[in-house]
Design a protein around this ligand. Structure first.
Ligand code: C5P
Length: 236
């Protein structure tokens, strides 16, 4: 895969028009866009359709976490929209994750398409050890991340979302045949914003990430295409 296949741009907008402006500007170079809760809550499936109209793929970042039946049904709906990748919280448990995997396979066999990839969210990067204690998890955060990645793999998920700093550790326990998608990536020339545990695009790919997710350094750049080009040059 070349660099362009590894870069996912986060369309963190509330307005569909704003998102489409960015897609129009950079879709010659960037082929996967992330639709998160903000855009999906305001624009719904139209956001997915817009990206598909520009011949690009969608990572639907809605982090499903509910009873297995509900998550399975949501994943089936997403898979029927033709999204390339979606995610669920690994803390939703084994039955919930298995239900997600079964649902995307059911949709794929009925629509005769490639199954949507299902990723697990291990521990949100906004949480620290103390936050885990408060919700009754006494394990060290790093160990919890590793264990949830392994559980995700056992449930048949295609990979996990993980901060760039966790990639190496996860790779060690899951082996190579497992996708790792790393957000919170910052080129040296970009502002860090609220991201704290950051790595550069090059570091993330070198430590074993299959995809990097970049938002603000591209979507808030005065010249988004130039910013995307600079990042691709760094990871190629
Ligand atoms: O603008 P920025 O590059 O920080 O955007 C990163 C994107 O990845 C955002 O959509 C954010 O919600 C998402 N994300 C993250 N850290 C995680 C998981 C997702 O920054 N651990």
């Amino acid at each position: 895969m070349n660099g362009s296949g590894k870069l996912i741009v986060a369309l963190d907008f509330s307005e569909l028009d704003q998102a489409e402006k960015i897609v129009k500007k950079i879709s010659g170079l960037v082929k996967i866009f992330k639709v998160g809760k903000e855009l999906f809550t305001s624009a719904g499936p139209k956001a997915v359709e817009m990206i598909h109209r520009h011949n690009c793929r969608v990572f639907l970042d809605l982090k499903f976490h509910d009873i297995p039946n509900t998550v399975g049904a949501a994943c089936e709906s997403a898979a029927r929209m033709g999204v390339f990748m979606l995610n669920v919280h690994a803390l939703g448990g084994k039955t919930m994750m298995t239900s997600a995997v079964q649902a995307v396979h059911k949709a794929a066999s009925e629509t005769k398409t490639t199954p949507t990839k299902v990723l697990g969210v291990t521990v949100l990067t906004s949480l620290k050890d103390l936050d885990l204690r408060e919700v009754g998890i006494s394990k060290k955060l790093e160990k919890e991340v590793e264990d949830l990645a392994v559980l995700s793999q056992r449930c048949g998920l295609d990979g996990v979302v993980a901060s760039g700093q966790e990639v190496k550790r996860i790779r060690k326990v899951t082996g190579n045949n497992f996708l790792i998608v790393a957000p919170g990536v910052r080129p040296t020339w970009a502002a860090h914003g609220d991201q704290k545990r950051i790595v550069t695009p090059k570091e993330a790919i070198q430590s074993g990430a299959d995809f990097i997710v970049v938002g603000r350094p591209i979507i808030e750049h005065p010249q988004p295409l130039l910013a995307a080009e600079k990042i691709l040059k760094e990871i190629e």
